[in-house]
Design a protein around this ligand. Structure first.
Ligand SMILES: [Zn+2]
Length: 568
C-alpha cells in the first residue's frame, strides 16, 4: 500500500506542540558538510499548495502558528555535500481537473511551507578540539589501548564498590570511572553502574540509572566509555574546589541495527571523594558546548524504545503512541522504498530518533525545526537523516539515523507516509550519496516518496497532481514556459521558503520525468553513478543527454502532465 495513509494510533498529543524557550541554548553551527566529508539532506515541508486546497493548517493538537518552514541549509555550500529538503505532500488529492489556483501563497494560511528533511554526515567533526588532558595524564599514553575490560576494576574490588581508595590522580580516577561504567553495562549490573556517582549526588545517581535503563533496553552490541583524547578536562571552581570536567568519548553500535560503530562525546563532572578518589557529580552533556550538539536520546531521561522487524524507534515515554505509530508506518513503507532502491549497501533497517524535548530538538535542528516560529521565512524541517561519526576503522561504512521532529511525530495527516518514504530513500541511498548533486538527491527522494502507481505502473499524472506546485509554477506549466532549476550544491536550500520550495519541485519533476521517460532503473543508475562521476558525465552516459536538453525536456513534460491533469 504505497498511496494510503496508514491509520494512526491516535490524535496528536497537545504535548507535542512545543514552543521555543525565550533563550534557547546556543547550538554550534553545523560543520560544513564538505568539511565533514558528509552530505546533508533537507526537505521543505509543504503545506497546502495553491494547486491543492489546504488541509486546514498544522495538525490538530499542534498549536504552533504558521506552518513548518523551509530549509535552512547554509548558502553557498559546495555541490558535493548538501542538505536536502523536500516538500511534504498535500493533505489530500485534488479533484481531477482541478483548475490552478491563482492565490498567492500565504504563510500559515494554507500554503505550502517548506519542511525539511535532511541527511547530515559526519556531523560531530566540529565538536572535537584536539586537546590534552591536564596533569599527569598523557592523552596518547593514557588512551592508547584503553578499553573497558582491560582497565575496569574487578567487580569485587574495593574500588569497584566504593570508587577509589587513597589519594588518586584525576586521570587515574577518570579511567577507573569510565572503565567501571563500561564493564557494569556489559554485565547488566545497574548498581555498579550507578556506584560511580558521588555519594552526595543523588541526581547523578538517578541520571546514571536513567542512562543504564535506556541502554539495556536497546541494547547496544558494544558500548565503551573512554576519555576523549580530543578534549581536555577543565578544572572547575564548583561544585567543589577539586572538580574537573570529564570529557568522554562513547563508542557504540546497536545490535542488529548498525553496520558500524558510532562515536559521540559526553561531558561529565568529577569531584574528589572524601576517601581521596573521584566520582561523578554531574552530567553536563546537554549544556557543554563540546557535547551539546546532536544529542543521543539515551542520555536523556524517560527514554522509550519500540521496534518492529526493520525499525527501531527511540522516543520518550510521554509520546509512546506516536513512537509506535512511527515504527509501524516506517515498517510498512520500507518495502516500497526497497523496491525502488534495492541497494546491497542498505541493510533494510532504520533507526529513528523521535524525542520531543526542546533540548534534543535544538541539538539537531537549531532553529530550523518545523514549527519553530523563530525561524522566520527560512526553510524548516520535519525530519532529517544523518550519517553519524564512526571510528576510523569503519571505512566507508556509517551508522545512519532518521531524526523526526515533534511536528511530524504528532502529524497523522495525509502526507505522513510520503514524507517518511522520502526519508527512507535517504537512508537507503546513504552509502552512495556523497558528491551526488543535491537536486538529484532530493529529487530522487521526493519521487520515491510521492510516486503514485496503478498496480506496478507509475501514474505520473496523479503523482504530479498529488504533489502540488506553487501558484507561479502552475501558471508557468500551463503556459508552457516552466523550466526546472537544478541546483547542484547547498545553494539549493538558500533563500526564501518559496524559493526553496520551488527548487524541490524542480528536482521532483525532473526525477519524475527521468523515471517516467527512461524508467526507474535509469533514475537509480544515474544516482549511483553520480556518486563517482560528474553530472555532465552521468547525464551523457546514463540518459544520453545533457543539462540543457534535460531541462527543456522536463519543462515540456511538466506542461504535458499539467494538461492531462486538467483535462483527464
Ligand atoms: Zn530529503
Amino acid at each position: 500500500m504505497t498511496d494510503e495513509e496508514r491509520p494512526g494510533t491516535g490524535t496528536p498529543s497537545p504535548g507535542l506542540a512545543w514552543s521555543l524557550p525565550e533563550a534557547p541554548p546556543a547550538v554550534p553551527a553545523l560543520p560544513s558538510p564538505e568539511a565533514a566529508g558528509g552530505w546533508v539532506s533537507v526537505a521543505p515541508l509543504l503545506a497546502p499548495s495553491p494547486l491543492i486546497p489546504p488541509p486546514g493548517g498544522p495538525p490538530s493538537g499542534d498549536t504552533q502558528s504558521g506552518g513548518p518552514a523551509s530549509s535552512s541549509a547554509p548558502p553557498g555550500s559546495p555541490a558535493s555535500a548538501a542538505p536536502q529538503s523536500w516538500n511534504a505532500p498535500p493533505g489530500r488529492p485534488p479533484s481531477a481537473g482541478a483548475p490552478a489556483s491563482d492565490r498567492s501563497p500565504q504563510r500559515g494560511g494554507g500554503r505550502r511551507t517548506a519542511v525539511v528533511v535532511g541527511c547530515v554526515v559526519a556531523l560531530l567533526a566540529a565538536l572535537g578540539v584536539a586537546v590534552r588532558l591536564p596533569g599527569p595524564l598523557s592523552p596518547i599514553a593514557s588512551h592508547a589501548g584503553f578499553t573497558s575490560s582491560s582497565h575496569a576494576p574487578s567487580a569485587g574490588s574495593a574500588s569497584a564498590r566504593n570508587g577509589v581508595v587513597g589519594y588518586q590522580a584525576f586521570d587515574d580516577g577518570a579511567r577507573q570511572i569510565l572503565g567501571q561504567m563500561t564493564s557494569a553495562l556489559a554485565a547488566h549490573d545497574a548498581a555498579r553502574f550507578q556506584s560511580v556517582a558521588a555519594p552526595a549526588s543523588a541526581s547523578m545517581r538517578a541520571r546514571l540509572r536513567q542512562m543504564y535503563d535506556a541502554l539495556v533496553a536497546l541494547p547496544p552490541a558494544s558500548f565503551t566509555f573512554e576519555l576523549d583524547p580530543r578534549r581536555a578536562a577543565r578544572e572547575l571552581s564548583s561544585p567543589k574546589p577539586e572538580a574537573h570536567t570529564l570529557p568522554v568519548r562513547v563508542t557504540y553500535s546497536f545490535k542488529g541495527w548498525d553496520v558500524t560503530d558510532v562515536r559521540v562525546p559526553l561531558t561529565f563532572v568529577a569531584t574528589r571523594s572524601p576517601g581521596g578518589g573521584w566520582a561523578l557529580a554531574e552530567d553536563r552533556t546537554t549544556t557543554d558546548a563540546d557535547s551539546d550538539a546532536r544529542l543521543e536520546p539515551w542520555i536523556l531521561d524517560n527514554t522509550y524504545v519500540t521496534r518492529t522487524p526493520h525499525v527501531l524507534v527511540i522516543g520518550d515515554r510521554s509520546h509512546q503512541a506516536q513512537a509506535r505509530r512511527l515504527a509501524a508506518t516506517l515498517e510498512s513503507l520500507a518495502g516500497d522504498v526497497r523496491r525502488v532502491w534495492p541497494e546491497r549497501s542498505w541493510n533494510g533497517k532504520v533507526v529513528a530518533y523521535a524525542v520531543t524535548s526542546r533540548t534534543f530538538v535544538h541539538s539537531w535542528y537549531g532553529r530550523s525545526a518545523a514549527g519553530d516560529p523563530a525561524n522566520g521565512d527560512r526553510a524548516s524541517f520535519v525530519a532529517k537523516v544523518a550519517t553519524l561519526q564512526s571510528s576510523p576503522s569503519s571505512g566507508d561504512r556509517a551508522a545512519i539515523r532518521m531524526v523526526v521532529t515533534p511536528y511530524l511525530l504528532g502529524s497523522p495527516r495525509s502526507g505522513y507516509s510520503d514524507i517518511l518514504r522520502h526519508e527512507l530513500t535517504h537512508v537507503a541511498a546513504a552509502a552512495f550519496s556523497q558528491r551526488v548533486p543535491v537536486w538529484l538527491v532530493e529529487g530522487a527522494a521526493e519521487y520515491t516518496g510521492f510516486a503514485r502507481r496503478s498496480g506496478a505502473t507509475l501514474d505520473a499524472t496523479r503523482t504530479l497532481g498529488e504533489h502540488g506546485l506553487t501558484s507561479g509554477e502552475v501558471s508557468a506549466t500551463a503556459r508552457g514556459t516552466w523550466r526546472p532549476t537544478l541546483v547542484e550544491g547547498y545553494g539549493f536550500y538558500a533563500g526564501s521558503e518559496k524559493a526553496v520550495d520551488e527548487r524541490y519541485n524542480s528536482a521532483f519533476i525532473t526525477c519524475l520525468y527521468i523515471a517516467d521517460h527512461y524508467g526507474e532503473a535509469s533514475l537509480r543508475q544515474l544516482y549511483e553513478q553520480a556518486h563517482r562521476s560528474s553530472e555532465t558525465q552521468v547525464l551523457r552516459q546514463v540518459l544520453h543527454t545533457d543539462r540543457t536538453h534535460l531541462i527543456a525536456a522536463a519543462g515540456a513534460y511538466a506542461t504535458t502532465l499539467r494538461q492531462r491533469l486538467v483535462f483527464r
